[in-house]
Structure formats: C-alpha cells, structure tokens
Design a protein around this ligand. Structure first.
Ligand code: 13P
Length: 249
C-alpha cells in the first residue's frame, strides 16, 4: 500500500503567533486517518512548530534548503540546520522557487543529493506551465523535470522520495486540474518511473497532486487511482479547510 499524504505548504504566510495558533487548532481537530499529515511553516517558525507538534500525528517539514553543507551563503539554510531541530522532510523544486529564484533541475538534483546525504525525505515538486499544456508539451516537460532532477538516483534512494505534481496554471488560481487530467498525468509519471526503475519503485512512490485543492474538490481528486494525496497551499492556512481536505482522503 502506498503512503497517502496530505501536506500543507504555508509558503510565506503566518507569523510565529499565528503558526502556533493554527497548529493548536489542527491538533484539536485532526481526524483519525491513515494518511500522513504534514505542514510546512516558514523557516523562522520551524523550531517552535516542531516542539508544538512533537509526539503528534502532524509532521513539520521545511519548504526549501540550500544545497551546500554550509559557508558563505547569506540568507540560506542548510540541511544540518534543519535536521538539528528535528526536521526530517524537505519540499524541493516548488514552482515558486523555480520561477522567482531561478532554481533549475540541475540545481535541484544537487539539493536532492544533499538532502538524501542527511537522511532527509524529499517532497519533490514539478509540473508544467500553462503554455506547455497549450502547446501539448506537458508530458515532455514533466518527463524531463523528473529525469533531470531525479533519474541519477539509485533505486534505494526512492524510498525517501515523494513526488508532487503541481501544474503551474492551477497554483493559487482557483483553477484545478480536473480529476481526469490529474489521473492522466499521475499515471504517466508512474509509467515513466516504472520504465527507469521497475514496478516495485513505481508502485511504492507516493504521487501527490497540488493546485487549488479545496474541501469541495479534494475527495474526487484523491479518489483517482494514481493520486496518493495532495500538497495544499491556500486552503491549508485555515484549520476548517485543511481538515475538510484531510477528510477527503
Ligand atoms: P494552492 O493550493 O494555493 O493552489 O497552492 C498549491 C501549492 O503551491 C502547494 O505547494
């Protein structure tokens, strides 16, 4: 059975007080579920969030990290800094990192290697832009994002990889991929992994969908056979909506 996951990417939202308040609400309202529930507050609030969620069913994860071990990289955060405060998982390759901070698949391959070296799990994000889909290049784009950032890994490393397909045109726009579009792409992703790594890896890797998931569309998207959960932005910033989405899995 593949691990089901619902993860909230809080992006650059919530100060420390608000982070603590939302964690308290989530801990009070969290339903019993087989799915793994994760939240990704901003760096500055991570240490306290880890403490607050300690021994709970919620895992606190990071939104990003630098590829170097340490040194003169003003403003950056290393894998060691994250693991030292109890962070075990990092989101890498989010489309906002790619678009606004020029992260390429080659750079992301480096970040992936550093995270794995520190025994961290990775939620690796990728997905096509609107123009790629209009030009019917979306399968190509997704295939090369995967190959360029992840296909240097050996089979064993895949135990620590979760994929998050996030079509850029569906992020923060209110426009969601239809359940059929999500399933079509998730199936393609799993087949691409199967061709390179075989059935075992392809069948065990969790593939999350991200892009305007809300309580009212979560259930239908999550019910697709190759969709193993979601990476949620806006709707994870409010306890009722995030819990509503978790109830959809
Ligand atoms: P929205 O759910 O706000 O569209 O964001 C999705 C996302 O970017 C999660 O990483």
């Amino acid at each position: 059975m593949r691990q089901k996951i619902v993860a909230g990417n809080w992006k650059m939202n919530k100060n420390n007080t608000q982070t603590q308040a939302l964690i308290t609400e989530l801990l009070q309202q969290l339903p019993a579920t087989d799915a793994k529930v994760m939240i990704a507050p901003t760096f500055v609030n991570l240490a306290k969030a880890v403490e607050s969620a300690n021994n709970s069913a919620i895992e606190v994860v990071a939104q990003n990290m630098h590829q170097a071990e340490g040194g003169a990289f003003t403003g950056e955060i290393s894998a060691d800094m994250l693991t030292d405060i109890g962070i075990k998982t990092v989101i890498l390759g989010h489309s906002e990192r790619r678009a606004y901070f020029h992260e390429t698949d080659a750079l992301l391959a480096n970040k992936v290697d550093t995270a794995l070296k520190h025994e961290m799990k990775i939620i690796f994000c990728f997905g096509e832009e609107l123009k790629d889909r209009q030009d019917k290049q979306h399968f190509n784009v997704v295939e090369y994002q995967l190959k360029d950032a992840l296909f240097h890994l050996d089979k064993a490393a895949w135990q620590n990889i979760v994929l998050a397909y996030e079509p850029v045109w569906a992020i923060g726009t209110g426009e969601t991929a239809s359940p059929a579009q999500a399933q079509e792409m998730h199936k393609f992703i799993r087949e691409t992994i199967q061709e390179r790594y075989g059935n075992e890896v392809a069948e065990q890797v969790s593939i999350l969908y991200g892009g305007s998931v809300k309580p009212d569309n979560a259930k239908e998207i999550f019910s697709q056979p190759d969709v193993d959960g979601g990476l949620i932005g806006g709707a994870s910033l409010n306890a009722a909506d995030f819990i509503g989405i978790i109830n959809g899995i």
